[in-house]
Ligand binder design. Sequence first.
Ligand code: GMT
Length: 374
Amino acid sequence: MKIGIVCYPTFGGSGIVATELGIALADKGHEVHFITYNQPVRLDYFSHRLHYHEVLMEEYPLFQYQPYELALSSKMVEIVEKYGLQILHVHYAIPHAYAAYMAKQMLKEKGIHIKVVTTLHGTDITLVGSHPNYKTAVAFSINHSDVVTAVSESLKQDTLRLFDITKEIEVIYNFIDLEKYEKTQQGECQREALATPDERILTHISNFRPVKRVQDVIKIFDRVQKEVPSKLLMVGDGPDRLMAENLVASLGLSEKVLFLGNSHEIKKILCYSDLFLLPSETESFGLAALEAMAASTAIISTNTGGLPEVNLQCETGFLSNVGDIDDMAENAIIILKDESILNTFKENARAHAKKFTIDAVLPQYKKVYGINLD
Ligand code: GMT
């Protein structure tokens, strides 16, 4: 089968899931073509079955904003025709589902039928997509996709609530390659480089956008480190990083908080981690939390969006209301103070992550694509 995958190539969950899916499909013998404006960050190797096609943009003085959708849909048409693709799987509705609809119409004129699968990831629905500036086009693109999937039940319900949807939405959870996160298989996991043996390591990974509430991460850690010797690893980059760094300095925590920036070493970082903090305003799924769980890390998160489908209360971690820093700090201290509680949560986290393996999820895409992936 020949499949085109369109995604954001950056350090975001949707691009990561799209890339891992493409790699898994290629491993199963399918030909996969990524169509994006940059090489996806997790696409670290190529094979005769994995291809990347760059969507090129021309600068032109008349344009304040470059018409990316036009370049993208033209590229989709070109690649579908050239390589005989049968499916276009677009991740993130804006503007990918819209551009795919245009590509599909242009291909139809040429007598070519292409199946468009749209996967909704979260902010394309909850934060950006439902804004009046985009809502009409987003609803149209969803309703005109051949198949629509959402990464959690919560996101499916949000989509049905926020838009006038006539299409069936199927929930296909995000997934991870569990083996990659096996702590004991990582000989290079030398946590003494970052913390003393008596210190716990807390971690936060995100793109530091306001929705991630990174200031809550710092405030939770501030309370925790007063009770439990610990370090905090802040991984990622984005608009709120400077604010977070300033808060760390003003709280006198600079010696205990490390800002690592965007990293290709997520597995290594997670292998050091005892507790993962995700106090987001909203989160359709929380792929970063799932990656942490796969690496046997307990979770402190909010109870918003799809997070309760990933982090199980009192089992893999604790969930609190958005902004309830005291509750999140108290729960973190309970977990970190007691070795046996911490180990139980870590084991439960790894066990629950098994529900989201690539092997569990690929057959669902098989059904959606209408192909045999075995
Ligand atoms: O959360 C982000 O800032 C990135 C965003 C994306 O589109 O890459 O993440 C969304 O999709 C991920 C993959 O499906 C989900 O795990 C995240 O929960 C979701 N983010 C939000 O809903 C805020």
